[in-house]
Design a protein around this ligand. Sequence first.
Ligand SMILES: [Zn+2]
Length: 133
Amino acid sequence: MFDEFPEGAEADVSPVRELKPALFRGWKRRCPQCGKGPLMKSYLKVRDTCPVCGEDLHHHRADDGPAYLTILIVGHIMAPSIIWAFTVFRPEPMVLATTFTVGCVALSLFLLPRLKGAIVGFQWAKQMHGFGG
Ligand SMILES: [Zn+2]
């Protein structure tokens, strides 16, 4: 009685996009489509289109996702590390605070653009927010 696709309507046959290569290309801050064009035009600003293949990248909506993942990862690495360093080495408080402040900032600055690229790659692979259209 109810056909999956009524007569005259066409199924959405958008091409399947591989998730793992898209995530990896995004992590490397490259275009998820071609893997060659730079994804970012500054530290965190995503280009509107890929300069190599022309893929539209302005559809991305990473929002707070990269910051959330960065805090999650850095916190889970640094919290046990500071307890371990304190119990094993017993450093001076200023040495411990300085070391872990620099470590947290450096790791956060390293992870943030890579996780943003991976999230853009995820959205591209899953054809979210207009990436499939
Ligand atoms: Zn590209």
